[in-house]
Structure formats: C-alpha cells, structure tokens
Design a protein around this ligand. Structure first.
Ligand code: UP2
Length: 354
C-alpha cells in the first residue's frame, strides 16, 4: 500500500515526537527499519516498503534539502542556471548506505513472507523540487524552463537519470525485490510534453536497470495518469500504477493483458464506513475480473508475481486515515478466493498480489 508507513499511524507519530527531524528518521538505519516494520507488524501486508522519500538521494549528488512541518520539502538552493548546475556531482552511494543497510535488514526480518519494496522519484518529478525549490501548485518555473532554457533542463534531467538509475540498481543489489518509480508530478505536463520531458529519461532508467537486473519488476506511477496509460506502457516497465480517476476495467482494456496493473482504490475511501470500503475494493477487483475473465486473471496473476493485478490504493494513505480502515483493506484483500488458488508464493518469489 503506497505511503504504508507514516503519519496516519500512532506508533509513527509517537516515534516522530522523539526524533522530530524527518531527515534523521529517514536516514538512520535503526529508525528506517523500525518505521518500515510498523505497518508490517500491524497489518501483515504482502509487501514491506522501505521508509524513505523520493528526495532522500538528493544530498548524495549535491542537492541538500529539508522537510519542514508546514511547507514540506524545501531545497535551499534551487537549480535554475548553468552556474547552479555546477553543484551536481555523480551520486555517491556511500552516502546512502543507510538505505542499503536497511534493505538488507528488512529482507532478513520478513524472510520469504513478504516482498521488500524500494522506490525512487522519476527525473521530471525530482526536477520539479530541485527547480521550484520545493512543493509547487503551478510548476511554472520548471514549465517555462522547457521553453526558455531547454538545454539547461536537459542537462539537469540527464544528470538525475544517471544518478537515479544507479540508485535503483543499488537498492536492488541491497535486497529490494521490486522498485516503484514515482513520476508523481508527470501528470502535471500535457501528454506531448511528458513525452519530451519525462518519458525519455524514464526509458533510459528502465533500459539501464533491465540490463543489470533483468528479473526485477519495475512499477511506474503517475498521479493523474488517465491521459498517459499507453504512453507509460511504452517505457518498458512491468507494472503500471493506476490512480483512482481511471476505471480499473478501462485501464485493463487500454493496457492489454500483457502487462500488470497496480491500484487503484481512492485513498479517501478509507475514511468511509467499513462496508463501503469493502464494496470499493470489490468493485476495483471485480471490475477487472469482468473485463478479462476470471480464468484469465488467475493465469496472469500466477505468472511469478510480475503480471496481473497488485491491489493497492490509487495513491498514498492520507494523513488522518483510521488505522482500522487500513487493517480492513488488508483483510478484504486477503479474503479474495483467487489468492488461495494461485501458487505465486514460489520459493524466493514473494507474493506481490495485494
Ligand atoms: O506528503 C506530504 O504531504 C508531506 C510532505 C512531503 C514529503 N515528501 C514529499 C512530500 C510532498 C510534497 O509536499 O511535495 C514528496 C514525495 N514523497 C513521496 C512522493 C511520491 C508519491 O507519494 O507520489 C512524493 C511526491 C508526491 C506526493 O507527495 O504526493 C514518496 C514517499 N514519501 C514517504 C514515503 C514512505 C511512506 O510514507 O511509507 C513515500 C512512498 C513510498 C511508497 O508509497 O512506496 C515518506 C514521507 N515523506 C514525507 C513525509 C511527511 C513528513 C513526516 O513524516 O514528518 C513522509 C511520511 C508520511 O507521508 O507520513 C515528506
């Protein structure tokens, strides 16, 4: 479940009182492991996501940042000129050792009972933070740069692409079974601009990672991706993450049966009464069943966890979500009878469904 650990959990909030700096919580091996395991201990999901952030690798290639309580991520020195680019250097993976160490420990902690999941931000999405200096509603600085300083923006995106590809490989070599690429803000671009300013860089990451780690499933997620599904498939990833604005059956029809889909229950639905949550999950799964047929789904799911449907929310768990609603989501997911019929818990191949 996206944003599986974090502020909606009371144990996390309590730990955050003791360690008030987000960077400390997400850059100290013991704390990363402890926080990543909080939802595992509470809900026993099929995947344990390392507690980290898409911005975590930035200081390792020359871009310091902080996460402030109200403002969220803040980049003190945004990159907006050729001169600013000079701070960038190749990624120093030694500075991210806490990520590698945590993944190794998480693999030991969960054994064969769950997949361990890593993640990165896509170059465009990371660039929005580096250029805008933090979170933005309009993306106007970076979007105007596409027209006023295309060479500069291309240099930045190329640098990020190299760094992120190396970081993905590092996570896989440290034990991640699967990597999700968050192009969370790719959906802010018109699709033809995404093809120019985001897709080629994701393509390059997929190519590089597939050469080194051909067995590792890659998931691609864009927030607001209704206009992008076919284009996302063109990157060569193994799984497309749908947000909740796309009907699951439409998504499957548009993407075909030769690729896996993740998603896509509306995260806000977890604020509803439990029976309503059950219905939403069923309609997400059964919509898919109706579209491609039950037998076909079983066949697709059973192919070693890289094809089929990974039941998930359409984006992260929202702050304030009741924990019993999250528990209910996992209970309902586990209750589907296809789960018990599918033999995708082969040795060394944790179940990636749900
Ligand atoms: O999400 C917020 O509102 C907080 C600010 C924010 C952060 N990163 C950010 C943003 C969004 C923005 O403002 O641009 C920037 C950020 N981090 C992330 C994404 C990708 C996405 O969710 O679409 C994004 C961009 C898009 C987005 O936030 O929707 C990814 C992320 N951050 C984080 C996690 C890990 C987790 O939650 O389990 C994960 C995802 C792992 C996964 O789902 O597989 C952790 C994180 N980062 C952050 C926080 C809040 C700070 C705290 O706990 O003290 C937290 C903890 C939490 O969400 O409860 C900081």
């Amino acid at each position: 479940m996206m944003r599986q650990a974090g502020r909606y959990m009371a144990v996390y909030r309590k730990l955050a009182e003791k360690y008030p700096s987000f960077r400390e919580r997400s850059e100290t091996t013991d704390l990363i492991v402890q926080i990543s395991l909080q939802p595992w201990e509470a809900f026993r999901p099929d995947g344990v996501i390392i507690f980290s952030d898409i911005l975590t690798p930035l200081p390792a290639f020359g871009v310091p940042f902080d996460i402030e309580d109200v403002r969220g991520p803040v980049i003190q020195s945004p990159i907006r000129s050729e001169e600013d680019l000079k701070v960038l250097h190749p990624i120093d993976l030694e500075k991210l050792q806490f990520v590698g160490d945590s993944l190794k420990i998480l693999r030991k902690e969960v054994g064969e009972q769950a997949a361990v999941l890593g993640f990165v931000g896509a170059p465009w999405t990371i660039a929005t933070y580096i250029v805008e200096g933090g979170t933005t509603r309009t993306y106007k600085t970076i979007k105007s740069m596409c027209h006023t300083s295309p060479t500069l923006l291309r240099s930045l995106l190329s640098h990020l692409t190299k760094a992120i590809a190396e970081y993905v490989i590092y996570q896989v070599e440290s034990g991640a079974h699967c990597i999700q690429i968050f192009d969370s803000w790719g959906g802010q671009l018109p699709p033809h601009m995404w093809e120019m300013w985001s897709k080629p860089y994701i393509d390059e990451i997929v190519r590089t990672v597939k050469q080194k780690c051909p067995q590792t499933p890659l998931v691609l997620y864009i927030n607001g991706n209704g206009g992008f599904l076919e284009r996302m498939k063109g990157t060569g990833v193994d799984v497309i993450g749908l947000d909740w604005t796309v009907d699951m059956a439409d998504g499957r029809k548009r993407l075909g049966s030769d690729i896996s889909i993740q998603g896509n229950v509306d995260p806000a639905c977890l604020f509803s009464p439990l029976p309503a949550i059950t219905n939403e999950i069923k309609s997400c799964v059964h919509g898919l069943l109706k579209r491609i047929g039950f037998a076909c789904l079983v066949r697709v799911i059973s192919s070693a966890g890289t094809k089929g449907h990974i039941l998930n929310l359409g984006h992260g768990v929202l702050v304030g979500t009741p924990e019993d609603a999250v528990a209910h989501f996992f209970d309902v997911a586990r209750s589907f009878d296809y789960d018990s019929r599918v033999q995708n818990r082969a040795a060394g191949e944790p179940n990636l469904v749900a």
